[in-house]
Design a protein around this ligand. Structure first.
Ligand SMILES: Nc1ncnc2c1ncn2[C@@H]1O[C@H](COP(=O)(O)OP(=O)(O)O)[C@@H](O)[C@H]1O
Ligand SMILES: [Mg+2]
Length: 318
């Protein structure tokens, strides 16, 4: 499947876990990224832009207070603080009285939404089924620039950051098959991104290359992700913010607010390599061997960008 990239440079799951996750991510730091409420607070303290938190629900007694939290908001999102894979997230487009319209166009009655919140607090969507908290947050208004290459859902940008250096990136585009989710396993398009310039290179669905979006027919390659410099800078700063050496940073682009950090992952997936037709190992090893550890975030970004442009540096660009 990865022969086109050359197996030597491809990072596999055992090596990722042994040589990178376990070595560079202290277990005691995991709660910083596994609990989205903690991540958001940390981000706010560190000046990293995130979707605004309207409030949280900690126990079933808090559920009625949702109405006060969103009284001034037309749209909002409820999300399990320990959730993953999009499970348990409800995006509300508008609400009136005891009716809540979801983005998919269906209507939820208050009793149904309250029931969902109760289940979420009970741990239905949290790892190990532990009791959870519910975040109530600003609903991101996705930048329309991605409309031609998205079907019904939310594109996001993943950047792998190693020791604070952004080393690989991809754009995930929802499709009809992926049910509007930007999850590659569900059939979303993954498009590799040139890390220096923020331009998409080409796309994959599963393990197959694709030049166009399967539903809209629009070209996948050659898209310029706006605010790329800002996205790289946010991603790089997440290293100081968490202390995690091997990190996946997920960003979305809001139409009015620009790039926002959505979540962080201490065990980021490996299929970003397929999307980029490039292995992670040469880049990770290059950083291990040549990077200056004391650089500031902006300087780390600039260093990576200069490497991509320097063919003699031995850096493998996507
Ligand atoms: N504030 C938000 N506004 C709009 N959509 C959101 C928001 N938060 C999450 N989503 C949608 O849910 C998906 C998963 O959210 P995320 O915070 O990454 O949680 P998970 O850990 O479950 O992946 C996002 O990719 C996006 O499609
Ligand atoms: Mg996510």
């Amino acid at each position: 499947m990865l022969t086109a990239i050359g197996r030597a440079g491809v990072l596999g799951i055992n090596r990722r876990n042994g040589d990178f996750v376990m070595r560079y991510n202290k277990r005691s730091l995991y709660p910083l990224v596994d609990d989205k409420l903690i991540t958001k607070k940390l981000a706010q303290e560190n000046g990293i832009p995130v979707p605004q938190l309207f409030g949280s629900l900690d126990t079933p007694r808090d559920i009625p207070s949702l109405n006060d939290l969103v009284a001034q908001q037309q749209s909002f999102v409820v999300k399990p603080s320990h959730g993953s894979g999009g499970d348990g997230i409800v995006v509300i487009d508008s609400h009136r009285g005891r009716r809540f319209w979801t983005c998919g166009g269906s209507v939820l009655l208050w009793a149904e939404l309250a029931h969902h919140l109760e289940n979420t607090l009970g741990g239905q969507y949290s790892l190990g089924g532990h009791p959870d908290r519910v975040m109530v947050e600003y609903r991101v208004k996705f930048d329309p620039m991605f409309n031609p290459v998205s079907y019904l859902g939310v594109p996001d940008i993943r950047i792998i950051v190693f020791l604070g250096f952004p080393v690989m990136a991809m754009l995930r585009l929802p499709t009809r098959r992926s049910g509007g989710k930007a999850n590659l396993h569900q059939g979303a398009v993954g498009a590799g991104i040139d890390i220096a310039y923020g331009k998409t290179v080409h796309g994959v669905i599963g393990n197959n290359n694709t030049d166009e979006h399967p539903d809209t027919g629009a070209a996948i390659g050659g898209l310029e992700v706006p605010y790329w410099q800002q996205m790289l800078s946010i991603a790089a700063r997440c290293y100081e913010m968490t202390g995690l050496g091997y990190l996946g940073v997920d960003l979305v682009l809001d139409e009015h607010l620009g790039p926002l950090m959505l979540e962080l992952n201490a065990r980021p997936g490996l299929n970003i390599q397929i999307a980029n037709a490039a292995g992670l190992l040469p880049r990770l090893e290059y950083v291990q061997q040549h990077a200056e550890p004391a650089l500031l975030p902006e300087d780390r970004v600039a260093w990576i960008q200069s490497l991509v442009n320097d063919r003699t540096a031995g850096w493998q660009s996507g």
